[in-house]
Design a protein. Sequence first.
Length: 134
Amino acid sequence: MLSIQEWYGGTPSGIVSPIPYGDGCTVMPDGSIAIARARDYHLDWIDPSGRVRHLPVVPHTVDRLGASAKVSLIDSVAAWDTAHSPHPRLLPSPEELPDVRPPFLGEQFPPYPAVHGDLDGNVWIETRAPRKRV
């Protein structure tokens, strides 16, 4: 599978965002490439002739991150790193995190594609499970 990624998290200083915005893509049976864009959740469609179409934004529920959720997320990642790694990651400050979670997680490591094409020409995007409010 062709893998295209755009990395929006982090800076040249080596800071890694715990909320990556990775795009995902899949090759369709007719040779077209469907690219799911995580930043605004739309599809770019490249047909075999190279023509590019930008499809409308997919309706979805925006999962906003408040200040306390950002602090909690950074604290959780830092605690895990401290317990499991001799070289913890440099994490951003809460102000540097995005205000919303991506609608899907994009391509993951180890490779786990979130975007799939089927033989009927449909594109399937595995979204994140919604958070439960407590």
